[in-house]
Design a protein around this ligand. Structure first.
Ligand code: G3H
Ligand code: 13P
Ligand code: ZN
Length: 312
């Protein structure tokens, strides 16, 4: 199967009450881990690439790795998506460079500017059969070294979504309902709670329209523990409870973004092997364990959180 857009994936996910996992890729091991898990579970999947990933690994390498993953897993639909495109130029570059989906993240601008920038990307992308995700509202947390404090974050305003979707022609919408980027999402002692009231109001205002959740890692404590027991220092790393993500996946939320949990699995594997075997210096020794952890994370998400197993 060639790369697909998210159109069909989201239609089926919306109707079927499940969500598609969108996992960030930065290197070969991560691409392999995600697509092997999805292939074995017969799940559709979105591989997403940030500006930082393109800078680290190079656009062509990432596209070719994804092409290899498709050849190895020909039976599942795979979309290749630009995560958090900051402007028209990076979106255009990914449209021209073989991606099937791009995100224009103009959420830091005014509502009117966000519409204007998003509309320009939609016109270009649609002319090339590429779909577009945009964002309304502002998530807290860290993305591409930009740190948005909890005070500067803002929930999506439901009364803005119809106008935004109609005027831009966008294909899916990322909303802010209490998730945040990174591994330190909530203060210790506070009870994480997504704003399902806002999600449901948005759902009612734009029925049938696919919603996206960013910052949806759950920060598995088993990996945090392994990291900290093997020389790491991740204090108060807290994520979104999985039962809340499961509830979101049953609603209009069709795409759930996960990056930090993969990083934790990968880092835990590397730290553990390096600590237990100070004599090892062959990267295959520690990356094999690290890659297996990432695969476990993805398989767990597909089965226990997203509900996308068997939906390919
Ligand atoms: O939302 C941000 C993603 O986790 C990507 O992170 O920009 O460090 O690659 P990155
Ligand atoms: P996490 O940091 O919660 O994994 O979020 C990733 C994300 O939203 C990528 O766009
Ligand atoms: Zn994000």
């Amino acid at each position: 199967m060639a790369l697909v857009t998210t159109t069909e994936m989201f239609k089926k996910a919306y109707e079927g009450g499940y969500a598609i996992g969108a996992f960030n890729v930065n290197n070969m091991e991560i691409v392999q881990a995600i697509t092997e898990a999805a292939g074995e579970l017969n799940s559709p999947i979105i591989l997403q690439v940030s500006a930082g990933a393109r800078k680290y690994a190079n656009h062509t390498y990432l596209v070719k790795l994804v092409e290899a993953a498709i050849a190895e897993n020909p039976n599942i639909p795979i979309a290749l998506h630009l995560d958090h495109g900051a402007d028209f130029d990076i979106c255009k570059s990914c449209v021209d460079g073989g991606f099937t989906s791009v995100m224009i993240d103009a959420s830091k601008y005014s509502f009117e500017e966000n519409i204007e920038i998003t509309k320009k990307v939609v016109e270009y992308a649609h002319a090339h059969n590429v779909v577009v995700e945009a964002e309304l509202g502002k998530l807290a947390g860290i993305e591409d070294d930009v740190n948005v404090s909890a005070e500067d974050s803002s929930y999506t305003q439901p009364d803005e979504v119809e106008e935004f979707v109609t005027k831009t022609g966008v294909d899916s919408l990322a909303i802010a309902i209490g998730t945040s980027h990174g591994a330190f999402k909530f203060k210790p002692g506070t009870k994480p709670q997504l704003r399902f009231d806002i999600l449901h109001e948005i759902e009612q205002r734009i029925p049938g329209f696919p919603i996206v959740l960013h910052g949806a890692s759950s920060v598995p404590q088993n990996y945090v523990k392994i990291i900290n027991e093997n020389g790491g220092a991740l204090k108060d790393a807290i994520g979104v409870p999985e039962d809340q993500l499961r509830e979101a996946a049953r609603s209009a939320v069709c795409k759930i973004n996960i990056d930090s949990d993969l990083r934790l699995g990968l880092t835990a594997g590397i730290r553990q092997v390096m600590n237990e075997h100070p004599d090892y210096f062959d990267p295959r020794q520690y990356l094999t364990v690290a890659r297996a952890n990432v695969k476990d994370v993805v398989a767990h998400k597909i089965k226990e959180v997203l509900g996308s197993a068997g939906k390919a």
